[in-house]
Design a protein around this ligand. Structure first.
Ligand SMILES: *[C@@H]1O[C@H](CO)[C@@H](O)[C@H](O)[C@H]1NC(C)=O
Ligand SMILES: *[C@@H]1O[C@H](CO)[C@@H](O)[C@H](O)[C@H]1NC(C)=O
Ligand SMILES: *[C@@H]1O[C@H](CO)[C@@H](O)[C@H](O)[C@H]1NC(C)=O
Ligand SMILES: *[C@@H]1O[C@H](CO)[C@@H](O)[C@H](O)[C@H]1NC(C)=O
Ligand SMILES: *[C@@H]1O[C@H](CO)[C@@H](O)[C@H](O)[C@H]1NC(C)=O
Length: 228
């Protein structure tokens, strides 16, 4: 019995030596946490990047297991399907969140709550068909949002109203329907100097197929019942 517990202690010791010290509470071995210290100003706080790329994650990581100085969280190429309200709550220093290439179909209102420093959010190549403004609660610092490769066909008026600092928006979609329901987006992007990525291209209607949304005139975004 004693031998066994000694063995356990030894294994735990080796594990803690092998795992990066920056995130001692992280129990998933396949993640790693390189800490980057600023080269010139070493007195600045440690900036930690947590990387869990392609490790079959089914869910996001509990924020309390991650260091609160985490500035980048990379969860790309996993099998996450749901983002719950408050999934990242407490990660107040996070600047970059990468969730691309997952199976996300549901993003609950408040999913990114608490991410007040977030600048870049990548939700590309997921299965999001329905977006709501409440999804983006607290993302007032966000400047780049990538929603490309999802399955929405239209976007509701005021969808990005919480994103006061947004500069670049990528919305490439195989199903983007460029009609009067997207007119607000064009006007909003122009009024707020938000750049629509050049990959944001209309799929339907046929006569606008392949055209970049940002180059269209308002008058081209029509809902007059014609299906041409
Ligand atoms: C620790 O972090 C370094 C980068 O700083 C990384 O190369 C290494 O794989 C990590 N080790 C573990 C066990 O995660
Ligand atoms: C992070 O945690 C440490 C100690 O647990 C605390 O002193 C510090 O204020 C926290 N920082 C932030 C940004 O919450
Ligand atoms: C999300 O959770 C918080 C805290 O539990 C709660 O106050 C808030 O109402 C929730 N938001 C939604 C949209 O459910
Ligand atoms: C947005 O996501 C798509 C799909 O992952 C990718 O091809 C594209 O490079 C991304 N754009 C930016 C600016 O990151
Ligand atoms: C979009 O912009 C990128 C970078 O500015 C450029 O490399 C690419 O060729 C452009 N694509 C199209 C379709 O214009």
């Amino acid at each position: 019995m004693q031998l066994l517990s000694l063995l356990c202690v030894m294994v735990a010791f080796w594990k803690s030596c092998l795992t990066n010290r920056s995130c001692p509470d992280l129990i998933i071995d396949s993640c790693h946490c390189p800490a980057e210290r600023s080269k010139q100003l070493s007195r600045l706080p440690v900036r930690i990047k947590v990387v869990c790329d392609d490790v079959e994650l089914m869910d996001t990581l509990q924020p309390s297991f991650l260091p609160n100085q985490t500035v980048a969280l990379i969860l790309s190429n996993n099998k996450i399907s749901l983002l719950r309200n408050g999934s990242f709550y407490g990660m107040a220093a996070l600047e970059k969140l990468d969730l691309r290439n997952n199976l996300i179909s549901t993003v609950e209102p408040g999913a990114f709550r608490g991410l007040v420093a977030l600048k870049k959010l990548d939700l590309s190549n997921n299965r999001i068909g329905c977006l709501s403004a409440e999804m983006f609660l607290d993302l007032g610092a966000l400047s780049k949002l990538n929603l490309s490769g999802n399955i929405f066909s239209t976007l509701t008026v005021g969808l990005f109203s919480h994103l006061a600092a947004l500069k670049v928006l990528h919305l490439a979609s195989e199903t983007l329907y460029c009609d009067c329901q997207l007119e607000w987006l064009l006007l909003w992007a122009r009024a707020n100097a938000v750049r629509l990525g050049n990959d944001t291209v209309c799929r339907y209607p046929t006569h606008l197929h392949g055209l970049q949304l940002r180059h269209l005139r308002e008058q081209q975004l029509r809902c007059d019942g014609r299906h041409d």
